[in-house]
Design a protein around this ligand. Sequence first.
Ligand code: SF4
Length: 425
Amino acid sequence: MGFSLYIHIPYCRHICPYCDFNVRAVKQVPEEPYLEGVIAELQLYKEKEWHAGNTIETVYLGGGTPSLFSAKGLGKFLQSIDVLWPIASNAECTLEANPGTINLEILKSYRQSGWNRLSLGVQSFSDENLKFLGRDHTAKEGIEALEFARKGGFENVSVDLIFGLRNQTLENWLQDIEKAISLQPNHISTYNLTIEERTIFYKQYQKGKFQLPEDDVQAEVLLQGRAWLQEAGYETYEISNAAKPGFRSRHNLNYWLGGDYLGIGAGAHSYSKECSVIASPEGAKQSPDKSSTSGDRHAPAGAGARDDKMVDERSFSHRWWNIRNPGAYLQKIKEGALPLQEIEALTEAQALSEFLLTRLRLQEGFSLDDFESRFGSTQRELLQDRIKPLSQQGFFNSLSNQIFLSPKGIPLLNELLVKLYDSGA
Ligand code: SF4
């Protein structure tokens, strides 16, 4: 079975005030040494025969701002990956790009060099919203980026938008959705602004410098946005993601469906159900019993950890992540070692809570038979007992074997998960 490859680019032109990803602001990206380091990291996994003989089914270059890298550099980079580890002929190869860092010529070159899906960090089509978010591009540049993408040959384009902004009304959000729909990207991701510690927004918010919409407004914004997308022919296949038929993100679906993925680059996260490859990590901490914080938005958040050995019959799966500092990351690779920061071995309870967390984000939810095949009939019975009263209150729907959130349950996923977990899986 193949796997997904995520590559993290930890550089941006400046740091947005809400951002808690693993990024550094730089004037000039260290393109060559960084890409060479990432390829060297991939080589280390290959030597250890992780997923030996398997092909890469999806590649995702995220960040950060990968579009600060030259088209020539990223073209050569994709070829180097393919030489080292075959990329499937029908692979989805996504490149993240920010408006204001690209033009038609650059996008044409990216496309010609094999990147076949473009994810644009548009965030909003309102200059006022963009200013609040501290973005360094304009609404006009966001629209142009989509036009360049089409003219540059990308037939699979995704747009990121953020809602739940300062004083944002339903009407203001629907204007963004309407504009996005009118431009017809194949895929639209809509993220709720969250105030994370260690961000400028966190300090400002604590000091009361701005307020965010009340929970009921946020819920309405989320549900109305989804309804409009559905009316316009988009499948709202995940809480934050909508796609035209045939354009769901294969890379992200692999995360949500519990497939193996390898994350390389500074701070990148990986997940595998079989990972003897890192059974004897040099210098990597075995994680204590705490949740991991993800340095990249692409990996699902960790579900906690314990300090077992890596290869543990009782462990359901493993997660590990790299050193966040790009300089220290590159140094470790120069020394010929995997640049691991920490490793978690997931227990059954952690694997179970992660299963529910990721599957319930999907429109289709999960099948009870699938759940039972992983966690056994006793856990199935327990889960059904816990879901029953919540279904009677209208938070879950079911169709024969399939359990999924109702519209009423969608904005309350986190609260519902606590009710399911707290019953002690
Ligand atoms: S939000 Fe995106 S563009 Fe802004 S600093 Fe973070 S990674 Fe860079």
